[in-house]
Design a protein around this ligand. Sequence first.
Ligand code: SF4
Length: 410
Amino acid sequence: MPKPFSFSVSNLYVHVPFCAQKCAYCAFYSEASSGELINRYVNALICEMELVAADLKPRTIFFGGGTPSLLNLRQWEEILRAMERLNLLGAEEFTVECNPATVSTDKAKLLRDFGVNRISMGVQSLDEKLLDRLGRIHSREMVFKSFDTLRRAGFDNLNLDLMFAIPGQTMEIWRDTLNEAVAMGSEHLSSYEVIYEEDTPLFAQLKAGEFDVNEDLACAMYEELVECSTAAGFQQYEVANFARHARGTNGTLESWGNETASGQHSITPPLHHSIPVFACRHNVNYWRGGSFYGLGPSATGYVRGVRTKNWSNTQLYCEQLEKGKRAIESSEELPPLRRAGETAAFGLRMNAGWPFEQFRETTGHDLRAEWAGEMNRCVEQGWGQITSDNFKLTRQGLRFADSAAELFLR
Ligand code: SF4
């Protein structure tokens, strides 16, 4: 008789495919939608949870989107009560993405009461004109107000998500946003360069010649990001992710560090000495090639060597689940070497790179045997550094992590 949970999956991603309106740069699967479809989605999601619950004992949970905070109190309560019934609560890290325009005290308290202990807030910019340019629904004031609301509700692990190289963003504007953001005292900071995805309004504007891409400025902004966040006490642990080793500060509140209902603090010691305590454990699992279930429309999952992808169509997703079936559009069993190549590529996004032993334990392949040529090429280009027990990208290499990673794909 197998031991309960001995092989269960410990990471869960849930996609919430609704937004108040579509942002100009966004290619994620999400739609502006009515209450009725959202109710139907909530029921379908609970069905999907029921189908996988026996194989799931989450250590990390991440509700992303879309805009998960768009769900109303009743919809959230239905989902969280179902998770309680299915023994899916109690994760050491439970993140929900929030848009600053959709945070309320009641919602924050409800999430906190059910064990959500990390909020990732999509800020993007603190410049009103740029927020408008991006089609964001929130103002800069809402960012500060929501941050305060979340702290008061007891959230002591907050991420702010920023964006740089936005058309019209000067270095001065970027510096102001960065300085104001780090002064807020969050535990985590993520920052991505704007990507021009096909079928987005921003891409169409670029093609129409309404603005130019300035690569040098984008590089300088990235340098500024690394400098500024490091000076403010963050440690970079991945190309676009920075975290603190201890709680951040908030100049406006004397005490905000609540414990969970059980009296235990939710953050456990670091996964590795080079990864800060407040690193996002859920994402570290992706970069380290771990398994995870992905639920909700368009979500991908990776369980026991099989990658699955759900339909990127909320109606179809609901129809399938209403018939009692998972809404999987495709599934693929990756050959071990190909999977190992992807794992190498993902892991190199982390500052810690790949300890050779850890890579071998994860993939069954030896980085030094299979990818010696690629590692040497990175070193020659100034992108990589090999030591006796690991391989990692240099600061310059991290800036070109996507190109470096491509070398390792098989
Ligand atoms: S809120 Fe996020 S998911 Fe929704 S449209 Fe904007 S960027 Fe995309």
